[in-house]
Write a protein that binds this ligand. Structure first.
Ligand SMILES: Nc1ncnc2c1ncn2[C@@H]1O[C@H](COP(=O)(O)OP(=O)(O)OP(=O)(O)O)[C@@H](O)[C@H]1O
Length: 219
């Protein structure tokens, strides 16, 4: 599957947030979306998913225009920047509802074994992020949108999440954004920088220096 998002125009009142965006993702690849705070990365993922309606957007799947929101096709999963699962839920209930294998999860994250009966509210924000990201990655889907999966997560867990994302890649198209640039760049096959409302495809990470965005020598 090849998905393309083109010609996005997003305004909040008269403030223009996005214009002239192009982004392409295909099965078997991870696309990293970089950009400063407030550049519009989360809005862009919401627009692609269909949760936010801009003034204009054009989405194509395998070259054909998509006229319905992507979420209605049920082949896309989206990890939003903020909490995904309801607070009152027990972790074991979440695993049951989403048909996730607890033992497999524990094989990656053995520190979580005491949490099976716990409510999501009783674990830390970072631990919750690990569970939500795992749940999203393990769904059968063609397209995965990940908004800041590494936020508030300990480095050891970041490495495991990176392994899981890479393991899911062969059968999925994955779009990821996070401020942990090094981790995004590590696992991405293609990179886009979002700046001044437009995307720029980054062919060589040295280009990020030219855009005054980050010092690649520090990566
Ligand atoms: N509902 C809204 N109403 C008005 N402005 C909004 C709304 N949602 C987002 N914005 C503005 O749009 C801009 C882009 O927001 P967005 O959350 O997409 O940025 P981001 O690149 O994901 O930032 P961060 O890296 O800090 O998460 C920001 O300036 C934000 O304040």
């Amino acid at each position: 599957m090849i998905i393309e998002l083109d010609s996005v125009e997003l305004y909040f009142n008269t403030r223009r947030i996005l214009n002239g965006v192009y982004l392409k993702a295909e099965t078997g690849t991870i696309v990293g979306l970089l950009g400063r705070n407030g550049s519009g990365k989360s809005c862009l993922l919401q627009i692609l998913f269909g949760a936010l309606t801009p003034k204009y957007k054009f989405v194509k799947i395998d070259g054909k225009p998509l006229l319905k929101p992507l979420y209605s096709k049920k082949n896309t999963v989206y990890l939003p920047q903020h909490q995904l699962a309801p607070n009152h839920l027990k972790i074991k209930t979440l695993f049951k509802l989403l048909q996730l294998d607890w033992n497999e999860f524990i094989s990656y994250f053995d520190n979580f074994s005491p949490y099976y009966n716990a409510k999501l509210t009783t674990i830390s924000g970072g631990e919750r992020r690990v569970i939500e990201t795992y749940a999203v990655l393990k769904q059968a889907s063609a397209l995965v949108l990940l908004d800041e999966p590494f936020s508030h997560i300990a480095p050891l867990y970041v490495e495991k999440i990176k392994q899981l994302i890479t393991a899911e890649k062969p059968n999925k198209a994955i779009i990821i954004t996070d401020h942990y640039y090094k981790d995004v760049i590590d696992i991405s096959d293609a990179l886009y920088l979002l700046k001044n409302g437009c995307t720029k495809k980054i062919e060589d990470i040295e280009e990020l220096n030219d855009y005054d965005h980050l010092n690649v020598d520090h990566l």
